[in-house]
Structures are given as structure tokens and as C-alpha cells.
Design a protein around this ligand. Sequence first.
Ligand SMILES: Cc1cc2nc3c(=O)[nH]c(=O)nc-3n(C[C@H](O)[C@H](O)[C@H](O)COP(=O)(O)OP(=O)(O)OC[C@H]3O[C@@H](n4cnc5c(N)ncnc54)[C@H](O)[C@@H]3O)c2cc1C
Length: 405
Amino acid sequence: MDRVTTRLCIVGGGPAGMMAGLLFARAGIDVTVLEKHADFLRDFRGDTIHPSTLDLMDELGFTERFRALPQRRVETFSGVVDGRSYRVADFSRLPTRNRFLSFMPQWDFLDFLAGAAAQYSGFRLLRRTEARDLIEADGRIAGVRADGPDRPVEIRSDLVLCADGRHSRMRARAGFTPRAFGAPIDVLWFRLPRRDGDPEAAAGRFGPGRILITLDRGDLWQCAYVVPKGGDAELRAKGLPAFRAAVAAIAPFLADRTAAIADWDDVKLLTVTVDRLDRWYRPGLLCIGDAAHAMSPVGGVGINLAIQDAVAAANLLVEPLRAGRLSEADLARVQARRMFPVRATQALQRMIQSRVIAASLAADAPFRAPLALRLLDAVPRLQVLPARMIGMGVRPEHVRAPLRA
Ligand SMILES: Cc1cc2nc3c(=O)[nH]c(=O)nc-3n(C[C@H](O)[C@H](O)[C@H](O)COP(=O)(O)OP(=O)(O)OC[C@H]3O[C@@H](n4cnc5c(N)ncnc54)[C@H](O)[C@@H]3O)c2cc1C
């Protein structure tokens, strides 16, 4: 068995874990990140880099390097009802430095964070290393037992940061069960070719019984087809031609290319979950990101919240960790700081899920655009509000942990 002693052990190399790894290592803390996969290459799972994250890249001095990565900028988001487009969010109005959303494959973003973190001597990323269990000693969590590529690994640490996502095993091992709020929808993801002359860059298309989100990814459209909870099986039972026809009905400009959905394997199901822990910590352990709160896909903010948690954790925990006096009260401070943004965002998401999305899916005849959509389109200044919620979130965090590598 390999044995590692480290100040901070982070389980999970997703957006929360990699950002935390970078920030703690940058502040001179010895960090070991465990990631069960060999690389960051996964299928689509959210490729949005929000203005708040772009601002963080600037704060960290990565502006030029980050901008050099291939990415697609999006400045507005529209809602399309009955063929008419209503602009609902305008990121160019944000009171911040980066006034756009960037789309880049999540593996590029994670590779970038891993590369940036690797320049600090205290940073260690153990790939193909899957955390199995927690080590408890003297009434606190004292580390993690994991399976490495060749043999088991035991990691001893002052703090275990659980950033292992919405199905977090470490959270369960710590005895935590998230409170689930239920969600009336699931989402099917697929891609279609994009052509010059296609309409808006990013839009949600609403029709009776159907919703399709289309995101401009350069030469393709990343599409999200929203179905009522559990509706995936029924849709598949009706067959691919019926699904293609449904996509064409809601987005007629895509009708000439729906054959690109060649197989059901091209359509990936995201089972929507909205949940959160009432308590994110116990002595020696803290949950962040999806492990602490799975967000609805409404607004596409899961990555942003995961990253903001990582920043708050670094801001509040670097000094006590460095001094070797990390207390439960320090961990409680991270939860106290981040719980309000999570609660407020989930409340808004759940309201939109039930009032707008479920209502649209239940409709069996064309309907008028909701008042909020018409108002936002008519008064462009208001478009900053959804842009702010999506792009910056509630209580955006800034890097405070000092550079001390
Ligand atoms: C299909 C899909 C589309 C999405 N679209 C968007 C979007 O457009 N915008 C947005 O903001 N969010 C989106 N999300 C949500 C977003 O991906 C998550 O909110 C975000 O990735 C959470 O980050 P995280 O670091 O907390 O967890 P994750 O990204 O889930 O990362 C967890 C990491 O931990 C690793 N891991 C798990 N268990 C272990 C273990 N035992 N040992 C070691 N490693 C482990 C995993 O391999 C993974 O790398 C989407 C999600 C899905 C599934």
C-alpha cells in the first residue's frame, strides 16, 4: 500500500475539486487531489464558463493564457415562443469585467486548472485513484482510503474536501444524506450541426408539450430537450423518427439535419436532481460543489456554484490549515457563506421549473409568451437581472487567499 501525508486531501477532480486544488496550492498548502478517471475527457456535462469564473481567471493572472484556449463567446440568451424571439438575458450589461459567457469543453477547462496548479510544488493530482472510504481517528476524519492504478493508497490529511459530485460516496461515508427537493423534469442532450444563417446564438424554445434549449458551440448546436420527469422511456418507445419530428417542430430551422441523431446512443439523459445537505461538514471533512448541493440545469449554474464554493473554501480555510488549527467553526463558516447563494438559486430554479417549464410541457395548445418574457424583451435594461443570476450568481466570490507558493 502507498501512503501519502498531505495537509489537504480533495476527493474529485471536477470544477470544484480542481479549482480548490489550484487555490490552496497557490497559497502554499500541500494538496493531494484524487480523481478516479485517467483524464478529464468525458461526454458533455456542462461546458459553461461564467463571467464570474472568467473574472477569477483574471484575478489569478491567467487572462492571456485562458483567452488563448478555444472557446465560444455568448452575450445574450433568448426565449422563443410560438416562433417569436424574446431577449431575456444580456451579459454585455453586467457590471463586471467579462461581460459574456464562454463555452469550452469542460475537459479543456479542467486541464487548464490542472496545468496551472501543477506549477506549485505542493500540488499533487493522483489520477485513476478512486476514494473508497474515510479514515477516522480521535473523533475526526483523518484521511481517505483509495484504490490507485496499481495498489491501494492511504492518504492522511488535516482536511478531506469532498468534491466528488452529485452521487458523492464520501458524503455517504461521512453519514450525510442530502435533502432532495424533487424536479418535474429530465433533460436529453444531443448535438446537431450548426450552419451559417442559423438564428440566435443561445435560446430556449417553448411550445406546447416541448422545450428545446439550443447552445451555439461553433460548428454544432448543443441541444437540450426537456421532458417531464421519467419521460425519457416513453419518448424512446415512440422511436427516433418521432423524436426527430418533435425537434423539428419546435426548432424548424433544424428540420433539415435531425437525421444527424443517428441512434439513441447520440442522446444522453440527464436525470435532474435538486438537493442539498443541511450540514456540509464534520470535524476534518467538508463537502463542496455538487456533493453539497446538486443544482437544477435551469440557468446552467452548477459549475459556477461549484467554483464559487471552492473559492470561498480557500479564502476561509487557508490560514487555519496553514497554522494547523483548523476547527469545526472554520468549516461552518464556509457553509454559512455559501448556503444563502445555494438556497436562493435553488428556490428560483424550482419556481421556474414548476411555473414556466412544467406549465409549457403540460400545455396541449400554443400559448402566449409569459409576462416576464415579454417584459424583459420590452425593457432591455431589465435583461441584466437574469444575466446576473446566470453569469455571476448570488454573492460572487473573489480570490483572497494569498499567493505563497
Ligand atoms: C449533462 C450535464 C449537463 C450540464 N450542463 C451544465 C451547464 O451547462 N452549466 C453548468 O453550470 N452546469 C452544468 N451541469 C452541472 C455541472 O456539470 C455540475 O454542477 C458541476 O460539474 C459540479 O462540479 P463538481 O466539481 O462539484 O462535481 P463533478 O463535476 O461531478 O466532479 C466530480 C469529480 O469527482 C470524481 N469522483 C467521483 N467520485 C470519486 C471518487 N470516489 N474518487 C475519486 N474521484 C471521484 C468524478 O470523476 C468527477 O471528476 C451539467 C451536468 C450534466 C450531467
